[in-house]
Design a protein. Sequence first.
Length: 535
Amino acid sequence: MEERADHEDDFEKEIYFDILKEDLPMKSYVSRGDTRDEIDIAGPHQDADRAIDRALRFTLKDNRTRFQPVLGSAGLGKTHLFWVLKDREENLAKDGYLAIYVPSPPAPVRVPLHFHACLVDEAGDDIFEKAVDMLITQFGGIKGATHEQMDFSYAMDRLLGEFPGISADVVTVLLRYRLDPDLKPLARRWLFGNSLSEEEIEKLGVRTILEEDDVTLATLRLLAEGYDKPILLFVDEMEGPYNTHGEEGERHFLEVIKRLYNECKNMVIVASCLTEIWDRIYNIADAPMRSRMEVPAKLRPFTKDDVIAFVTKTMEDYWQQQNVVAPPDPIFPFTENDLDEVFVESQGVPREAIKRLIPKLDSIVYDRAPIEPEPQPDYVIKLTSTTVLGAIMHGLRIVGDELGAEIRLAVENDDSSSASSAVLEVVKTTNKVKMCIDVPNVRDWDRSGGVAAYYSAKRVKEQLDAGSAQIGIIAIPEATGGAKFQAHVDEMGDTIEVLRLNKDGATNLVEISHGKELNTALKTVFRSVLERLVD
């Protein structure tokens, strides 16, 4: 228990105010998927805790994937719930689970790659090692076997019959990762989704890279099946595709979730969603998808006692960090009247309550009028091909609005769950044309896009040759070269626009999806493309 000054007489307020003036607590009022929340009040998410714990325990028992929606209005703590789950990873049974944060995919295209990037970034090499152990033990091998104890060719001969087709490449790369020390670095890069050259792919002895949805899903399936604990994928704001692309966008996203559910084992997919949007999303889902959903859990607002508990915990933590005995009043320097006022004004919404506590604390400590806190970003930027592709769509919409053109996602009904490029319809008055956008799967935008950039150009060319689109846009790393890539681009002539971006450029592009202004250079490019299409 926190040590406190015993009596008001022992408590010298001015000393504590001096400490507060040096470094105020309560600096953030938003939760982010890349910044741990230190203070938790359990009451608002108890219903979700029980539902998720139940799903995890059932998955631990039968290895089946489950889908658990969590509903809450803005500011009720949906993102905060991820950090609650992250902190409890070791509390489930003997081995616990692994919680992975998945930012809302801004584009419902190549979603499996988005999931894969989030998974391997968090799990690291450990998930590859466990997948190899799972494969080796299938034919009687011993966990942890190395290249000195087992020959790569011997293992391949025994496994390829069990894993035909697309899965064969994933198995090949996983076995090389463990049993081929010369090619382990290349295999590791393939598994992480890094760019590879044609020569490097040939050395690995595979035909594919992590680009197409089917290959990525096969990889996710093997990684999840081999992991020794349930994998909890926390999808934040699952309504993102609906908000950006309407019903068609959300329908496509749900199809990918359904494939994950059907094809992968050992997963619990927790999807947070705005309460106000949920009914629309549920009605978009088809009957098989609805049947896979657990009953939605709901977050509740703060009670007045929750507000008091939040302040008490925050101040206890603060005084401990300052290495001083805590004041006798656990909510000092606030008063109960202060917290009553915050509770009423915020209507119990946690984000709003904290947002009001910050200026109130500043006002108390510095004896001045409250200053409204600066806006704080609540999003995480992850430079996956999905997020960059979504940002290009967003930028095109901004320019399209200026030109009086409507831009919407075109999803093919017969192959909506495996599309790799985004096809957009551009409509102005009676004129309707299509454009294709593609972004290669690269992890480092300051290096060459390698063969992934070539495949990106190839996919766009196939769309143009088939008449599915009249013009294409590719975003690639600035350092990308390669004769085959350039030959494809040259062949497409003025029907292709190539955006060359470094990491800063890609980050700035993605930020326009979160309200940042589109820069002049990109606006000029997008305007030129759209004017060629509709004028």
